[in-house]
Ligand binder design. Sequence first.
Ligand code: PXG
Length: 454
Amino acid sequence: MTSNNPQTREWQALSSDHHLAPFSDFKQLKEKGPRIITSAKGVYLWDSEGNKILDGMAGLWCVAIGYGRDELADAASKQMRELPYYNLFFQTAHPPVLELAKVIADVAPEGMNHVFFTGSGSEGNDTMLRMVRHYWAIKGQPKKKVIISRKNGYHGSTVAGASLGGMTYMHEQGDLPIPGIVHIAQPYWFGEGGDMTPNEFGIWAANQLEEKILEVGVDNVGAFIAEPIQGAGGVIIPPDSYWPRIKEILAKYDILFVADEVICGFGRTGEWFGTDFYDLKPHMMTIAKGLTSGYIPMGGLIVHDDVVEVLNEGGDFNHGFTYSGHPVAAAVALENIRILRDEKIVERVRTETAPYLQKRLRELSDHPLVGEVRGVGLLGAIELVQDKATRKRYEGRGVGMICRTFCFENGLIMRAVGDTMIIAPPLVITPAEIDELVTKARKCLDLTLSALQG
Ligand code: PXG
């Protein structure tokens, strides 16, 4: 990256000399140097070169209430002065974590009244895996260990999280998945639906769950985990037929259902949780990201009363983290949820900004590069193709990365997952800012098309 600011080069030198960045090609980043983000307000970021950028990804899907809310900084500062740390082991607790557990139970679906806190979504899913197996052992069915997950799902980057996830490029590094985790097809009609209609494909993909349960044996299956809408996999909105069929299958077999709400939770779909949007009835829900709007790390697992009733009979659950329910994170999460509720942000997404974003995004369907626009709430995906009718891709051209680079250069953060462009802006985005997002996106699609033709 060329720079006008000598400080940018200094920071890039620090990166090159000392920093190993997540999900990065270390050598390539050393040569190129990262973009340095220095400040943010509302839905905008500023980099060290003074560029203003519309953050179409809410950080990494997390900054629900937008950047720069002093109330969260004040809540953290107050809590740090009062009680900066204490643990929840050895029969102790502190007010912020208890109040937060209650507030989460208030907004969570019926019966989801207990929360185990972690430092991240990955740790939430590690917790889930151990809790599911503990649950079945208490019930006298210790063989029910296998967790069924989905290809191209994302559940984190710890050993269990990456194993639960269905990202083959993650499995390839470190001999994953660990035993006891199996994957079924994802409901990605645009990419994998072939000649089937979306609804035919949705039923087919859902039936894979039943086939896998029968193959593994229901006596060996502990749980099925899924994101209501896959985020990192490319904002995969399942066909309408998918979740109803999955629900039928889950009702038939005695296994637990875990909804990974790390992205969908806290208003992203226009409902508090993705499971509300699809009327799913999970036994456990993994949370993180929107819980604190990313202002401070925190995750957790919300657990249904029925499951807790069994766990109560099991003695110690030998699991937890130094930072489980950290008081400062809990104070920040409380303030974040207060803002989401008091300012009716989730309602505004449902009634105003989500319908507007979805309408404006779909206008991009007429672009020659665009094979499909889909979305729910403030989640959106744009499929880039060579041939709209056959859904044929520009093979080997890295179209998504080309488009992403144009977005970067033109003041918009829009991510690429392969040749799928994805957005998930802060929940506080206004209609005028949505207009700006869509205008910039169209411009970058034009630039991408020119680059392909040039
Ligand atoms: N579940 C889901 C559904 C997620 O999206 C996690 C679990 C793990 O959370 P932590 O807090 O451990 O990161 C996530 C995280 C991407 C990307 O490329 C997405 C995530 C993380 C990193 C990159 O979109 N989601």
